[in-house]
Design a protein around this ligand. Structure first.
Ligand code: HEM
Length: 485
């Protein structure tokens, strides 16, 4: 069999890939050595800006199959019939560390799904936690700054991490979750995924429902203790990547069952707490889980950079039958992601193979920019309306309109009858077994006791006390014991 010929980027055969061209045997190198120049120049340009959060991640392809009829709640095409299959790409991630960080750390995990539907790509960009630390997007850059490396010390600082939380009582629920047993998943396969936000579904009659998504792992939940995590992070920083890659290569295809909680839109205004508050879950006894389908991952990407690093998910990529809720955090995210993609990948990132629609085509008047490869067809017009049979609007909104009232202004989120920042953190604490509680207390105290300022410690303790008096007392005692050591 003849060997494949190595070529330059323009396709010309390469004569020598071991020795640069030089002026004489021991002389300096020649500018005319195109292969050398191209190789060195391309190497210098291999890196792109990493994601500002969720930099480290792993991805895989698979499909979503509908198992239960949900057509009474949404007219989304990919959910329109039991048995219907849609190709998906899922990227998992850690949040706070940079690209080279370790996987087995205490941190939320990203769970971002791209459904390549016949009505466009639907991105559900969630986490492995049903809630989040804050409820207004204006706090997000401050929050992330406090969790990533300090600009002076260049390290993650317990002072910053806890100082932010000292000023964010609404974080108490998510902090309780993160410091608990699920804070370090054993692998990406052994954790749930959540849409976390409240979204909106609209059915064919125009009726609106608010919806929360839960992907339950069929591998079972498995977590690591703080000690196991520290050991694994040191031994194999790529432990989650290794696990996912090897499972799929072995033909062990991880899967999740998708459930939703559905609230008729009219019930939102009078619900006992704000149903659009991302720091809270909806109790299952109010809105039980209803099964929708099964998501399976069965194919690793051929090239991690091309398909995982360049993957671009935006919570603003909706399809007909699905839309946003008034959750302020979600509203902020509707802007942030595509903006990040334009910076990180360029304006034509939607033309990259992993991001481009697969079950339909993008047909519009967006044109040009760096690296444009979609000509939109021969002699296609680049303005609309036109007289040349170009694509036209449908006149059908993707989702139902949201009712609004009042005046513009920088309002706090509306308070419902039973709304505070602590009761769900207390409920979560009281749900835990005695052993789980002890591990939770030890994890919190291990971090909080490292904080240098007493006032920051006091403010955090007040949050745990407000969640549950026993919880607060135990954290306080554990922190005191560690600081006296
Ligand atoms: C206002 C709040 C938030 C803002 C402004 C924000 C912003 C961002 C930005 C700029 C990125 C990087 C995107 C990229 O470069 O491709 C990102 C990634 C991500 N965010 Fe957020 N985020 C917020 C809250 C959340 C929440 C609440 C969740 C989960 C419920 C979440 C889940 C993710 C995930 C999973 C990724 C990684 C997506 C991927 O795999 O490419 N974020 N976020």
């Amino acid at each position: 069999m003849s060997k494949r010929v190595l070529t330059t980027e323009s396709g010309a055969p390469v004569a020598d890939n071991q020795n640069s061209a030089s002026a004489g045997v021991g002389g300096p190198l020649l500018l005319q050595d195109q292969h050398l120049l191209e190789k060195l120049a391309r190497f210098n340009r291999e890196r792109i800006p990493e994601r500002v959060v969720h930099a480290r991640g792993s991805g895989a392809y698979g499909h979503f199959e509908v198992t239960d009829d949900v057509t009474g709640f949404t007219h989304a095409d990919f959910l329109s019939a039991v048995g219907k299959r849609t190709e998906v790409f899922l990227r998992f991630s850690t949040v706070a560390d940079s690209l080279g960080g370790a996987d087995a750390v205490r941190d939320p995990r990203g769970f971002a799904v791209k459904f390549y539907t016949a009505e466009g790509n639907y991105d559900l960009v969630g986490n492995n936690t049903p809630v989040f630390f804050i409820k207004d997007p204006i706090k997000f850059p401050d929050f992330i700054h406090s969790q990533k490396r300090d600009p002076f010390t260049g390290r993650q600082e317990p002072d910053n991490v806890w100082d932010f939380w000292a000023h964010a009582p609404e974080a108490t629920h998510q902090v309780t979750w993160l410091m608990g047993d699920r804070g370090i998943p054993a692998s990406y396969r052994h954790m749930n995924g959540y849409g976390s936000h409240t979204y909106q579904w609209t059915n064919a009659d125009g009726e609106a429902f608010f919806v929360k998504y839960h992907f339950k792992t069929n591998q079972g939940i498995r977590c690591l203790s703080a000690e196991q995590g520290a050991e694994l992070a040191g031994k194999d920083p790529n432990s989650h990547q290794t696990d996912l890659l090897q499972a799929i290569e072995r033909g062990v295809h991880p899967s999740w069952t998708l459930y939703v909680q559905l609230m008729p839109a009219a019930e939102a205004a009078d619900f006992r707490f704000n149903p659009f508050d991302l720091t809270k879950v909806w109790p299952h006894k109010d809105y039980p889980l209803q099964r929708v389908g099964r998501l399976v991952l069965d194919r690793n990407p051929d090239n991690v950079f091309a398909e995982v690093e360049q993957a671009a998910f935006s919570p603003n990529n909706f399809v007909p039958g699905i839309g946003p809720s008034p959750d302020k955090m979600l509203q902020g995210r509707l802007f942030a992601y595509a903006d990040a993609h334009r910076y990180r990948l360029g304006v034509n990132h939607t033309q990259l193979a992993v991001n481009t629609p697969k079950a339909t085509v993008a047909d519009n008047y967006g044109r040009d920019g760096f690296m444009a490869s979609n000509s939109q067809g021969r002699a296609a017009k680049n303005y609309e309306p036109n007289s040349y049979d170009g694509p036209v609007q449908t006149g059908r909104p993707l989702s139902a309109p949201l009712a609004v009232n009042g005046h513009t202004g920088t309002h706090e989120a509306p308070l419902h009858t039973k709304d505070d920042d602590f009761f769900q953190a207390g409920e979560l604490y009281r749900l835990m077994s005695a052993e789980e509680k002890s591990r939770l207390i030890a994890n919190i105290a291990g971090g909080l006791s490292q904080v240098s300022r007493d006032d920051v410690i006091e403010k955090n303790l007040a949050h745990f006390h407000a969640a549950d008096p026993e919880y607060g007392k135990r954290v306080e005692e554990a922190v005191r014991a560690l600081r006296e050591d």
